[in-house]
Design a protein around this ligand. Sequence first.
Ligand SMILES: [Zn+2]
Ligand SMILES: [Zn+2]
Length: 362
Amino acid sequence: MAVQSCATQDLVIERPEGLYCPPGDFYIDPWRPVDRAVITHAHGDHARMGNAHYLASQQSEGVLRSRLGDDINLQTLPYGEVIEHHGVRLSLHPAGHVLGSSEVRLEHDGRVWVASGDYFVCGRGDANNTCVPFEPVRCDCFITESTFGLPIYRWCPQREVFDDINAWWQANAEAGRASLLMGYSFGKAQRILAGVDASIGPIVVHGAIETINRAYRAAGVALPPTLYFNDVTDKGLLKGALVVAPPSVLGSAWVRRFGDPSDAFASGWMQLRGARRRRGVDRGFVLSDHADWPGLQRAIEATGAQRVIVTHGYEAVMVRWLQEQGLQAGAFHTEYDDERHDAQESPVQADTTSAESEEGTE
Ligand SMILES: [Zn+2]
Ligand SMILES: [Zn+2]
């Protein structure tokens, strides 16, 4: 049958459990428990519980264990090192998204496929200082994410975004108000910490973020000193503090400790007109750990791939654009859900239960 013979030639196919490599007999970021799982990064929709064996980058070990448990059966691989499994040569390459994030390169029978996971491509003079930058990997077929795969998504230089954040924090501090900046606790929060001007005032973090900070610091990522609320003896200091917390805290008792803070949200979705207003916060800063539209295009072009398979995001738009470029393009239906991260981040949908349970981790 045509469909089957095509599938057997492909190095990655869709299965109910997740993206599967038939010759290697393993999965990449499966959404159902499997025997062998290669994990691109430790975000919850890509790294799930219950797999018998995990393979991930060396740099992701700390975050992965802190999220999935110390007892997972995890083999780690330094970036660029090749292992062979059932005749498939596999290596991991930096994706620039969060600490330890990887693209998976597969080579078998003279063909090379690369699965990107989530990735961030630095613009001019930009860098994500909290992880190794994205590395373009040449391949025949590239499996790309498309979280921000619409032409409206074009990130400003990161320096400008941090200048805005610093100016907002400085003005609040001078007015005697705390600055509450909300961002996803793994990845976004550390990027904020690494990018702000820590000389403006003290930085207080939520417990859910400090847990991840520990893994970042252990991996050698430089983050400024951070405080817990309970460790601040002179509560007057909090008036000039930057408070970094997951979005679920909005409206919770945890926030009221800081009086009447100015609140803000950091996310790529802030580029959408009205997104900040819908969330009801004072400020929205456009800061994403995913490639924007030009970044996706640059990354895809740099692979030299003639075939591209699009996953989670704006698949239809990306596929149409790729076909217009003369490439063979299709989509995989996955259960990765970066929008759900955003839903967790959204104060509108935040539920107090999760705010309280995150509070409990402090
Ligand atoms: Zn991710
Ligand atoms: Zn994703």
